[in-house]
Structure formats: C-alpha cells, structure tokens
Ligand binder design. Structure first.
Ligand SMILES: [Fe+2]
Ligand SMILES: [Fe+2]
Length: 312
C-alpha cells in the first residue's frame, strides 16, 4: 500500500474515532508527538513523587501517612503504565530516562516548587491533582489505544488524590487559626503554579492544533484552565479561603470566572530548568536510577540464566 493510501486510512480511523494500536501504520510525526507527550507525562508522574515523599515521614497521623504513602505509590504506578505505553511506540525506557536526566525531556513545571508545610500536601492534592484530572480525563478518549487505556486507571486514582488533598484542606480550615493560616499560605503559593500546569496560552501553544486534529488532545490549554478555575473557586469558598487573585470575578455574560494574568516569565523560567527545585529533582531522579542499577543487573542476569536453561 502506498504511503498516501496508508495515511488516508489512518485519517479515516481518526475521524471515526477508531483507536490506533501499536502495530497499525501511523505517520512518523504522530508517533514522535505521542512519544514526547506520553514520556513527558511519565516523567511528571515520577518527578511528582518527590515533593510529597518529603512529607511521608512527617505526616501528622498514621491515617495521613498511609494515604500519603498510597498516593506516592500510585504516582510510581502511573509512571510505569505510561513508560510502558510509550515503549509500544518503539522507544526504550532507558533512552527516555536518559533524556530526563540530561534535561532534554521536560516534565510538569509544578514539581519544581518546594513543599514547605504539611498544608502543601492538601493544596497539592486539591489543586495539582485536580488540574491533572482536568487534563487527563479527556485523554481517556485519546486516539492512541495504549495511552487511552492507561489514562482510565490513572484518572480513577487521581480522583482519590484530589479528594484526600481537599479533605486535608478542609480539616485544616476547620481547625485552629494557625492551621487555617497554614492552609491559606499553601493556597497562596500553589494557586498560580497550578494554573501554569495547563501550559502556555493557546496563542503560544505550538502543538495544540495538530494534536487536536489527531485526537491526542481534546481541549485547548486555555479551555482546560478555564474549566479548572470554574470548578475550583466554589471549592475555595467552601474552605473559606481567599484565592490570591485580585482580578478574579464571576462574569455573568460569559458564564465563567475572569481571572488575572499569569506570570509567564516565571513559567518559562521554571520549564527551562531554573525553578526553585529543578536541580534537586533531577539529582534525586538520577540517584534513584543509579541506586537501582543492581536491580536491573540482577534481573538481566536472571533472564540470561533462564534463557540458557531453555536452550539446554
Ligand atoms: Fe498521577
Ligand atoms: Fe496524583
């Protein structure tokens, strides 16, 4: 079959919402874009374990510790599903990790901010996992089968993360003055970085149009950001906290909240490697990779031994 015919068949499938599977023909640009998107997502999951792991030993109760531990383990699992989904596109996990370690591959800007208090565990669950859900639920309908299927389970777990985070915030807000202050401080620090998680504005987002056409993105960055603001403001009101944005206002005509300008300079600075914790995060990932070398060696030695036995 000629490439043109293959491409035509591929486009028909996309139009009819038929999933593309690993062995199907796909345009090279589609494959490359997916590798970038899925690996970025996988990296975000495993780097995202770090700010919260910091608080597992300092959680205020056994119940909180168990929930924090389960959450961080879930994120490791998300990383694994996504690296596996990415490998179905013909790349090696080691190469993906090498790109993360060298700074070539990106991950979500949000994980380069420090977690300064226990309330940050609440704010991250509520806002960061909340933003992740907003981004990821539409991806359960992504055109690439392995990615879409991985997202189904990821989203179920993210919703547990969001709820446990919100419950931490609710508990703090119903507590002492000092606890409420701690919750407000966490919201102040995490609000804007959470809005940045949706990425540059539509006008500045170079991949959006093509990715929407391919069904690997279902809403634009600005649409998702607006949805997030609209669902989150009433939640902040229930908590009795103030969102740190003086321009925030319900717009009756639009049926949405208006909100202030994001500090894009900060965003681009953080994604280009100069956020408060970028170096610390990459160093921690490299150390984890190096410390795990013996596990990979042992697994390879065992696989070799088994293969030899089969031959004999
Ligand atoms: Fe996750
Ligand atoms: Fe999560």
């Amino acid at each position: 079959m000629s490439t043109e015919l293959l491409e035509q068949k591929f486009n028909e499938k996309i139009d009819q919402e038929v999933r593309i599977e690993p062995k199907d023909w796909m345009p090279e640009k589609y494959r490359k874009t997916l590798i970038r998107q899925i690996s970025q997502h996988a990296h975000s999951e495993i780097v995202g374990m770090l700010p919260e792991a910091n608080w597992i030993t300092r959680a205020p109760s056994l119940r909180r510790k168990a929930a924090a531990l389960a959450k961080v383990q879930d994120e490791a699992g998300h990383g694994l599903y996504l690296y596996s989904a990415c490998e179905t596109l013909g790349v090696e996990r080691d190469d993906l990790l090498a790109d993360l370690h060298s700074g070539k591959a990106k991950y979500s800007s949000i994980f380069n901010y420090p977690t300064l208090s226990w309330a940050d565990m609440g704010a991250i669950g509520w806002l960061v996992d909340g933003a992740a859900i907003m981004n990821q639920v539409p991806l359960c309908r992504a055109s690439y089968g392995p990615y879409a299927r991985a997202m189904v389970r990821v989203c179920k777990e993210e919703s547990f993360h969001q709820r446990q985070g919100y419950e931490i915030m609710l508990t703090l807000c119903k507590g002492s003055e000092a606890q409420k202050k701690m919750a407000q401080d966490a919201l102040n620090r995490w609000w804007w970085p959470s809005l940045m998680m949706f990425g540059p504005t539509d006008a500045d987002s170079k991949h959006t149009e093509q990715s929407m056409r391919w069904g690997i993105k279902r809403f634009t960055n600005d649409e998702l950001r607006q949805k997030f603001v609209d669902v989150t403001i009433p939640q902040a009101e229930i908590l009795g906290l103030t969102v740190p944005d003086k321009d925030l206002k319900w717009n009756e005509e639009r049926g949405h909240y208006d909100f202030g300008e994001i500090n894009w300079e900060e965003f681009f600075n953080v994604i280009s490697g100069n956020g408060p914790c970028n170096k610390q995060r990459i160093d921690a990932r490299k150390k984890a990779y190096d410390d795990g070398a013996w596990v990979r060696e042992a697994a390879n030695a065992y696989a070799e031994k088994k293969a030899k036995k089969k031959v004999a």
